[in-house]
Ligand binder design. Structure first.
Ligand code: ARG
Length: 269
């Protein structure tokens, strides 16, 4: 100590030692958190088309919120992983999963046999069906069949799109296919089309928040019961099991009911 005191280290050497010590400290810290053992908390990237209120949407700060988001966050809390939600166009949502850009999809996605070929689905978490939206004043639309000779807007690659293609023909130019649901609804509002075919929960919410009084909704026996599922890459059984276990726990402990109540009130579907 006294030797040190008598002959102080040159300033440059002191700086060198100091920065060396800092470097070691930082490296040490980095190692602590980078350990990828079984205890490491995983973060999964979630794809969602966040223009589908109240299921998935963006608030003023562009944060992604909604029923699906709260549900998956609650599942992640149970399962002990973290989530990063990324706005993803619905049309390319499955390829984003297959390519590894997303680990999980939650986007009001109807479980279908065709989609089961490209992704694995959780147990169903929500019941859905299609609705026809038509102007109040158009008295000629009573059922799905009546749309055959009309102009119809849908969101590309949705079950509403597929059903409408079945009715009107795959390449029928009277099917106006849009990248997002708000665009399809806007087309109806400006009477560029005669009707929209889309999911009930989103449609009802949309009409409550827009000029709903000018429109009516119709169901049709041709529309079968649909179920939403959470998707993961095929074969990702570990993650799927965690999601399914989390979902079951949320249903058992009342969390699912609370989130549902928050978004749908008492007329929860
Ligand atoms: N349930 C429909 C389907 O799976 C529509 C889903 C659209 N979701 C969305 N976030 N735009 O095809």
């Amino acid at each position: 100590f006294s030797a040190c005191h008598k002959t102080p280290l040159p300033v440059s050497l002191r700086h060198l030692l100091l920065s060396l010590a800092c470097g070691l400290l930082l490296a040490g810290c980095g190692k602590e958190t980078a350990v990828d053992g079984p205890q490491a908390i995983k973060t999964y990237t979630v794809g969602t088309d966040a223009a589908y209120a109240p299921m998935e949407m963006q608030d003023e700060k562009k944060d992604i919120i909604g029923f699906d988001i709260e549900l998956l966050n609650a599942i992640a809390d149970k399962a002990g992983f973290r989530l990063r939600f990324v706005h993803t166009p619905f049309e390319s949502i499955f390829s984003s999963l297959q390519q590894g850009d997303r680990d999980i999809l939650i986007s009001s996605i109807t479980i279908t046999d065709e989609r089961r070929q490209v992704a694995d689905f959780s147990t169903p978490y929500f019941e859905a069906r299609q609705l026809i939206v038509a102007p109040q004043a158009d008295m000629q639309i009573h059922r799905f069949e009546d749309l055959r000779t009309r102009k119809v807007a849908v969101q590309t690659a949705t079950t509403g799109d597929l059903l409408t293609q079945k009715l009107m023909g795959k390449n029928n130019p009277d099917i106006k296919r849009f990248d997002s649901m708000p665009l399809a609804m806007a087309e109806l509002e400006s009477r560029g089309v005669d009707a929209v075919v889309a999911d009930e929960a989103m449609v009802k919410y949309y009409l409550r928040h827009h000029d709903g009084a000018n429109f009516r909704t119709l169901s049709d026996p041709a529309f079968s019961q649909e179920h939403y599922g959470i998707a993961v890459r095929r074969g990702n059984a570990e993650l799927l099991n965690q999601i399914n276990r989390g979902l079951a726990a949320l249903k058992a402990d009342g969390t699912y009911a609370r989130i549902s109540e928050k978004y749908f009130g008492t007329q929860s579907p």
